[in-house]
Design a protein around this ligand. Structure first.
Ligand code: 1CP
Length: 350
């Protein structure tokens, strides 16, 4: 793995991570591959199921490349899903059309025996093969971001068996039986370390840890289930792969952002839509790379409202190490023209 300095020379996305602001700001968007693109829907149909798409290196690489070809983003994000980790560990995961993920729930320590790190090899290898293909097929100037779900967020799906409004099944287990729940979180932490390491060995330039449900925890629980496992992942990655930037996305937890940055050791934070621009600016001034935080709904709205907010975000972060992104993922009804419009406007600022 070449060091950050030499990769940075080719890839603008990495500039902010060496402390340098760059104009125009590098840009990529969460869920930049997906259903809003007709070319994605075509490949998705060809693959048959969502997980087959994730485990087909050729097709997964193709859908990762689609938004790069269309919009020329500064970074590609591996096409996969955070639920690949429990699936590879041995939990049954299905994606129902239009309904989201369904897993056979693990509600207590007795069920945990269904999952094992030793089962992950074959499925993790397929994802790493996608990464290796991508590093060959992507333009030299495009960075490649690998990712995993944070152990807490993945645990909410493992325990609930689906997406939920308040993550109560996982939060309840964590209160009722913290020792048992910590065994699940430790298993997911260890699996995530192996998964991310494999992605870096295969050619990922940077990593993002998605903690979409970080905002549902009380502060003492946040310490134990968000901070501690994330810090362990960051430490392990630093030891194995120094110089690979790590971005955390503790969605819904802006009030805990300072603690999160200090205690986990991440290089960057992806800020959600509700994070005030003033808070992002302050974090960037103190040396953390911030990423964010356009409301994905403005990509549906388009027009002046979209342009104004893009301007506001850029003006607020001007001259600070910053990556332009959304505050959460692109929604399926987004007109691709609005995505093109944002990229054009950002580039015009250069
Ligand atoms: O029908 C389809 O094609 C499935 C839609 C879809 C897509 C395009 C899912 C199902 N996952 C993905 C890809 C995906 N998921 C990526 C690929 C890279 C990119 O950004 O382009 C990434 C990084 C994720 C991460 C992910 N999956 C998160 C974290 C980020 C977030 O959005 O909060 C979460 C929570 C998931 C779970 C998941 N996978 C899919 C859905 C619909 C969901 C949400 C389920 C729910 O809570 O209801």
């Amino acid at each position: 793995m070449r060091d950050l300095e030499s990769r940075t020379a080719e890839r603008r996305f990495l500039f902010p991570f060496t402390g340098k602001a760059v104009a125009p700001a590098p840009v990529w968007l969460m869920r930049q591959a997906g259903r809003y693109l007709p070319e994605y829907r075509k490949v998705r149909a060809q693959a048959g199921s969502f997980l087959k798409l994730c485990y087909s290196p050729e097709l997964a690489a193709e859908v990762t490349l689609q938004p790069i070809r269309r919009f020329g983003f500064d970074a590609a994000i591996l096409f996969s899903d955070i639920l690949v980790v429990p699936d590879a560990l041995g939990q049954t995961v299905r994606f129902e059309e239009g309904e989201g993920p369904r897993l056979d729930p693990i509600r207590a320590l007795d069920d945990l025996g269904r999952l094992a790190l030793s089962k992950t090899g074959a499925k993790f290898s397929l994802v790493c093969e996608t990464v290796a293909r991508l590093r060959q097929d992507l333009p030299r100037e495009t960075a490649l971001i690998g990712f995993c779900g944070a152990p807490w967020t993945v645990a909410t799906y493992v325990v609930e068996g689906r997406g939920s409004a308040d993550q109560s099944a996982a939060r309840h287990w964590a209160y009722r039986d913290p020792q048992g729940f910590s065994q699940l979180v430790e298993l997911l932490t260890d699996a995530s370390i192996e998964y991310l390491s494999g992605q870096v060995r295969a050619g990922a330039d940077a990593l993002q840890i998605f903690d979409s449900w970080a905002g549902s925890l009380a502060d003492d629980q946040f310490e134990r289930w968000v901070i501690a496992p994330t810090a362990k992942i960051v430490q392990a990655m630093r030891a194995r792969h120094p110089g690979v930037p790590i971005i955390g996305f503790p969605r819904g937890a802006s009030a805990m952002l300072t603690r999160y940055i200090e205690a986990t050791g991440v290089d960057g934070v992806s800020c959600d839509t509700s994070c005030p621009l003033g808070v992002m600016q302050k974090k960037a001034r103190s040396g953390t790379v911030v990423q964010g935080n356009l409301d994905p709904l403005l990509l549906l709205t388009g027009g002046d409202a979209l342009d104004r907010r893009v301007e506001e975000i850029c003006a607020s972060m001007n001259g600070l190490p910053f990556v332009f992104n959304l505050g959460h993922g692109i929604v399926p009804d987004t007109p691709p023209e609005n995505v093109a419009r944002v990229v054009e406007r950002l580039r015009a600022k250069g």
